[in-house]
Design a protein around this ligand. Sequence first.
Ligand SMILES: [Zn+2]
Ligand SMILES: [Zn+2]
Length: 358
Amino acid sequence: MKRASRLLSVFCLAGLPAIHAHVIGDAAHDAQARRFAKEFAPVRVALLRHAVAERPHSVGGGAVSPLAEMFGKFSPAVRVRAVGDVLLVESNGLPAHGMMTGITAWQQQVPLPQPYAGENAWRIPLHPQPSPNPVSIKNRFLRGAIALAANGIPIFNPQNNRGEVSFDIGELDQWGGHCGRADDYHYHIAPLHLQASLGPALPVAFALDGYPIYGLTEPDGAAPRDLDAFNGHETIALGYHYHASKKYPFVNGGFHGVVVERDEQVDPQPRAQGVRPALTALRGAKIVGFEGTPGPTPSTLSYTVNGSPASVTYTAIADGQWKFQFVAPDGTAREEIYRAGDRGAGGGDGKKKGKKRE
Ligand SMILES: [Zn+2]
Ligand SMILES: [Zn+2]
């Protein structure tokens, strides 16, 4: 009994939402995680300060590190906790800003909440290690995320999995994002619009090697000098860090730090969870609007095909089921019910082995 209560307090101190064995994406788990996050937020922050104090280039004078402060700006939508050498970052994969509007090359996917929590949380190294063999992301790491934005949205390679630069071919909305095959929302460029919340002194994202990605300038507004091939450099104030750019590579052009590459992506990283089959490009489509927050109340994506209006309206109904209502450009309507787990995990721009992508 004594041991059990001590164990429990250890778990609470670590800010863990539950003692293992939860189902990823399970609504009950998420509710519990939210409750714990609320209850243990002060402890978690204290732990985080301790963890980041060991970073060689953390800000001195008792200031919170850029890592903690950056994600903290998007709390409670983004939840963090330090466990060992990594910062676990949880979110539901949906940003607070608009989505999808402006896309002219569309694969018919829409944004759905994602279970980036528990065992499926994002992992940022707290003590990034310079790699003896830094690797470029050019034509490499074309699956999965290469960085995580301050608002808990993954940032993918600026190239899509066919090697095209997403930004250049109309695949991105006005916030630099779109949805992958599991209806998972992600960026392909640096989300500089987040600086409205973050200010110029904080990074907008962290690369998955643990180094921060700052905006177009240094925190004091000066232009970055002597950037390397990966958009990165070392300064006395910040140590090694990357900068965003308005053209390729937009984000970190490679990994200065150690990462594990497996199956064409940084490993480990969370898996997106789709509910319906991946779809194909819809020629001539232009997304003109998006209303709602994907969940129990309806969300509607409006688009045109060669000028004819059409829409997708979708709503979470009971037991992980989603109702989709389609209105085609010719005016015909169709309704489908999809269930989480029907499709299986695996999202982003990843391709199944042996299967040609659309
Ligand atoms: Zn993508
Ligand atoms: Zn810099």
